[in-house]
Ligand binder design. Structure first.
Ligand code: ZN
Length: 109
C-alpha cells in the first residue's frame, strides 16, 4: 500500500467487482457510476459508458501536448480518471477510471 505510483493494468480492485451496485467516491460518498454502465473495455481498467447525472465534472486537460478530458468528482473534485469518446456502446463514451485514485485524492485541495 506504500506504492502510490501509477496503477498497473489489471490490478485495480474495482476491475474484479462484477456484482450489482453503485460505485461511490470514497472521499465524499457520492454515487458516481452504477454497475449497469460498467463494461469490459479490454484495457485493464474499469470502464463505464455513462456516469450518474451530475455526479462528475469533465475538465479539458491539454497540459501534456494532447487534449484529454479529465473526470473529477463533482462534489469533492477528486481525480477519477479520463473520458474518451471511442466507447463501444450507444453513448460513445468510455470513462476510464483509475481505481487506485478512486475516492483517494493525494492532491491537497
Ligand atoms: Zn467525491
Amino acid at each position: 500500500m506504500r506504492n502510490k505510483g501509477t496503477e498497473m493494468p489489471f490490478t485495480g480492485e474495482l476491475l474484479k467487482e462484477d456484482r450489482d451496485g453503485n460505485f461511490k467516491c470514497k472521499v465524499c460518498g457520492s454515487t458516481l457510476f452504477t454497475s449497469d454502465s460498467k463494461f469490459d473495455s479490454g484495457t485493464g481498467w474499469p470502464s463505464f459508458d455513462q456516469a450518474v447525472v451530475g455526479s462528475i465534472e469533465e475538465i479539458v486537460d491539454d497540459r501534456h501536448g494532447m487534449t484529454r478530458t479529465e473526470v473529477v468528482c463533482a462534489k469533492c473534485k477528486s481525480h477519477l480518471g479520463h473520458l474518451f469518446n471511442d466507447g463501444p456502446t450507444a453513448t460513445g463514451n468510455r470513462y476510464c477510471i483509475n481505481s487506485v485514485c478512486w475516492g483517494f485524492d493525494e492532491k491537497n485541495q
